[in-house]
Design a protein around this ligand. Structure first.
Ligand code: SAM
Length: 264
């Protein structure tokens, strides 16, 4: 195997490599990998998290977009013949192809520039995923875990909590990375509901209704849903139309979506 070239972190791939061994151990302890589990890592980079996981599971799939990192990863993890590297864009990757023998677990210190659309992409595979552990910009973790009434409660919170139980685990400072990002990071655990407490008849309608609901956060529901819901609809739903969208919980949004689906 020829010696890989030194790698300079690439901003466009959101590369901030973890080097803090204590933090890496804490993340792996939260994941608690077990032999035989099928764990998929998004953006393994040079393998900072990968080794702690594959040393327990013995096999692993990783999805990495930067082809220049792959020789470095292979050298760093040469001891593990059952590491499967997918040179691919995780945003377009079909994760169901890895869930052929049962559900997968997903982990990653995600590229922050695409973390929100990437989470939306993964949520579409929620039924095939047992759990997800991610390092994200702290603000994104706060949004994911926010409850009705919290200042950062919004579209991301509702959609994530429709599919998953969301737990914010711990904060990681910029000094744990090379190069250090400008913001704090945090670890989140997202566990897809085995049975969903509320079921939307049509997911696209739910997504649309959540987007419309939060279109203007400072406006009332009556205003945001003008032309979609009238006062009689709000009464039937038991929702006060003079409230702001941040007061609604996941069940309210599901009820709105189901009423709209019935009307269509
Ligand atoms: N896991 C490594 C670590 O913790 O040191 C690297 C984390 S770094 C924040 C993000 C990683 O995601 C990089 O390796 C980057 O090349 C990779 N990446 C960026 N965009 C990607 C994409 N669309 N699909 C897959 N990997 C991607």
């Amino acid at each position: 195997m020829s010696k890989p070239q030194p790698h300079k972190a690439r901003k466009r791939f959101g590369q901030n490599f973890l080097h803090d061994v204590g933090i890496i151990r804490r993340i792996v302890a939260c994941i608690a990998p077990k032999e035989g589990q099928r764990i998929v890592e998004i953006g393994p980079g040079k393998g900072a998290l990968t080794e702690g996981i594959i040393s327990a599971t013995k096999r692993m799939d990783v999805v990495e977009l930067d082809r220049d990192l792959i020789p470095i990863l292979r050298v760093n993890l040469f001891r593990y013949p059952d590491l499967t590297v997918h040179e691919a864009d995780a945003m377009k990757f079909d994760f169901s192809t890895l869930a052929t023998e049962g559900n997968i677990r997903v982990v990653g210190n995600l590229p922050y520039n695409i973390s929100t659309p990437l989470i939306f992409h993964l949520l579409s595979y929620a039924e095939k995923i047992d759990d997800m552990h991610f390092m994200l910009q702290k603000e994104v973790v706060v949004r994911l875990a926010a409850r009705p009434g919290d200042s950062l409660y919004g579209r991301l919170s509702v959609m994530a909590q429709y599919y998953c139980q969301v737990e914010s685990l711990f904060i990681v400072g910029p000094e744990s990375f090379d190069p250090p990002p400008k913001v704090d990071s945090a670890i989140v655990r997202m566990t897809p509901h085995k049975t969903r407490p509320f079921v939307a008849q049509d997911l696209k309608t739910l997504e649309d209704m959540v987007r419309i609901g939060f279109h203007q956060r400072r406006k009332t529901l009556r205003n945001n849903y003008k032309g979609v819901l009238n006062d009689a609809d709000f009464e039937a739903l038991g929702i006060d139309p003079s409230l702001r969208p941040e007061r609604l919980d996941v069940e309210d949004f599901v009820n709105i979506a189901n009423l709209v689906s019935q009307k269509d």
